[in-house]
Design a protein around this ligand. Structure first.
Ligand code: NAI
Ligand code: MG
Length: 361
C-alpha cells in the first residue's frame, strides 16, 4: 500500500528516537512492498526557534493531508529552558495541544504492558509482577474538566475558582465504541471507570456505555469507581484488558499504569479521531536530561510506529512483526541504559534500532 506519514521529531531526544522508528518503518515497507512517503515538520521548541511559533499553519496542513503522524516529543527543561518563561500559547506544549485540537483527536490509547523480561522493574509485589499484566487504557481526550468553562471570581470578597466537567452523550458514545472495538481484538473485556456515585456526568457516562455494549455481545462490560480503579491497578492489574475512562481520570490512571510497568521508555500511545488519521507518540516526554547523548530508549517510539501501522493503516501483520522483534530484543538480553540490569548487554539508541531491524528481517 501507499501511505503518507508525517514525522514530527520535536525537541530533546525526539529526533534521536524518531530516527530509529523511521528506519523500522522503512524496513517494514521494504519487507512487505509498501510505499511510505515521509514528510518532516517542526513542532515545539525547534519550531519556536525557526518560526517564532510552536506549530505553523503550513505544518498543520501537511499533517492533516497525511495518513498518520509519528511524534517524538516536545518541550524543554521544565522551569529553566529558554521556551519556558513565555506566553502559554508560545510554549512548545502549545503545539501539541493545537494539533490534537485541529485533528479532533478524542480517543487516547495507552497500552500498559509488563514484559516478562522487565518484571524486575515493576514496583509491585513479586507475586503481582510475576503474574504480569497487559492492558490498554482508552481515555477521552477532548471533553470533560480540561475543556469545560473555567473562571476565577470573588464571591463575597472570597476568591473562588470554578472548573466545569461537561460531557454529552455523543462524546461518550464515540470513545466507548473505540474501547469496545479494541476489546473485540483482545481479551474481550471492558472496564469502564467513572464516579457515578457522585457525578451526573458519570451517570450519563455509565448509561451511554451500557447502550454501546449492547452492540458488542461478545465483550463483557464492568463498571468501576475511579477510586477503586486506582487501588485495583496496584493490587490486581492483571484483571484489566481495556479500561475506558473520561479525560481527567484517564490522565491520572494512565500515569499510574505506566509507572507500574517500571519502564516509561517502553510505552507507546495513539490518539485517534473518527477518520483513520491518528497521532502516535511515546508516553514519555523529551527527556532533556539525556538529549543528544544517543542513550535514550527508542522502543516506545518504535512501538508507537507499530500502533500507527495497525490503527491508521490497518496493517495488523506488520504490527505484530514489530512487537515480536521488540520482544526478541528483550529476550536476548539487549537493553538501553534506562532498562539495563546487571548481566545484560547495554546498547545505545542507534544500536537498539539496529537490533530491532535485525530481528525484523
Ligand atoms: P520525561 O518523560 O521527558 O522524562 C522523565 C524521566 O524519564 C527523565 O529522567 C528522562 O531521562 C527519562 N526518560 C524519558 N523517556 C526516556 C527514554 N525514551 N529513554 C530513557 N529515559 C527516558 O518527562 P519530564 O522530564 O517531566 O519532561 C521533560 C519535557 O518533556 C517537558 O518539557 C515536558 O513538558 C515534556 N513532555 C512532553 C510530552 C509530549 O511531547 N507528549 C509528554 C510529557 C512531557
Ligand atoms: Mg499526565
Amino acid at each position: 500500500m501507499k501511505a503518507k506519514i508525517t514525522l514530527i521529531p520535536g525537541d530533546g531526544i525526539g529526533p534521536e528516537i524518531v530516527r530509529e522508528a523511521k528506519r523500522v518503518l522503512e524496513s517494514i515497507a521494504k519487507k512487505y512492498d509498501h510505499e511510505f512517503i515521509f514528510t518532516d515538520i517542526d513542532m515545539g521548541g525547534c519550531s519556536i526557534d525557526k518560526y517564532g511559533v510552536p506549530l505553523t499553519d503550513e505544518a498543520i496542513e501537511i499533517a492533516k493531508n497525511s495518513d498518520a503522524i509519528l511524534l517524538g516529543a516536545v518541550g524543554g527543561n521544565v522551569g529553566n529552558s529558554k521556551w519556558y518563561n513565555v506566553a502559554p500559547n508560545l510554549r512548545p506544549e502549545a503545539g501539541l495541544l493545537k494539533i490534537r485540537k485541529e485533528l479532533g483527536l478524542f480517543a487516547n490509547l495507552r497500552p500498559a504492558l509488563l514484559y516478562k523480561e522487565l518484571a524486575g522493574a515493576c514496583p509491585l509485589k513479586t507475586e503481582i509482577s510475576e503474574a504480569g499484566f497487559d492492558m490498554v487504557i482508552v481515555r477521552e481526550l477532548t471533553g470533560g474538566l480540561y475543556f469545560g468553562e473555567r473562571y476565577t471570581k470573588e464571591v463575597d470578597g472570597i476568591k473562588t475558582a470554578v472548573d466545569t466537567l461537561v460531557y454529552n452523550e455523543n462524546e461518550i458514545r464515540r470513545v466507548a465504541k473505540v474501547a469496545f472495538d479494541i476489546a473485540t481484538k483482545r481479551r474481550k473485556k471492558v472496564i469502564s471507570v467513572d464516579k457515578a456515585n457522585v457525578l451526573d456526568s458519570s451517570r450519563l457516562w455509565r448509561s451511554v456505555v451500557e447502550e454501546v455494549a449492547k452492540d458488542y455481545p461478545d465483550v463483557t462490560l464492568e463498571h468501576m469507581l475511579v477510586d477503586n480503579a486506582a487501588m485495583q491497578l496496584v493490587m490486581n492489574p492483571g484483571q484489566f484488558d481495556v479500561m475506558l475512562t473520561e479525560n481527567m481520570f484517564g490522565d491520572i490512571l494512565s500515569d499510574e499504569a505506566s509507572m507500574i510497568t517500571g519502564s516509561i521508555g517502553m510505552l507507546p500511545s495513539a490518539s485517534l479521531n473518527e477518520s483513520k488519521l491518528g497521532l502516535y507518540e511515546p508516553s514519555h516526554g523529551s527527556a532533556p536530561d539525556i538529549a543528544g547523548k544517543n542513550i535514550a530508549n527508542p522502543l516506545a517510539t518504535i512501538l508507537s510506529a507499530s500502533m500507527l501501522l495497525k490503527y491508521s493503516l490497518g496493517l495488523d501483520k506488520e504490527t505484530s512483526d514489530i512487537e515480536n522483534a521488540v520482544e526478541k530484543v528483550l529476550k536476548n538480553n539487549f537493553r538501553t541504559a534506562d532498562i539495563y540490569t546487571q548481566g545484560m548487554q547495554k546498547l545505545s539508541t542507534s544500536q537498539m534500532g539496529d537490533k530491532v531491524l535485525e530481528y525484523l528481517k
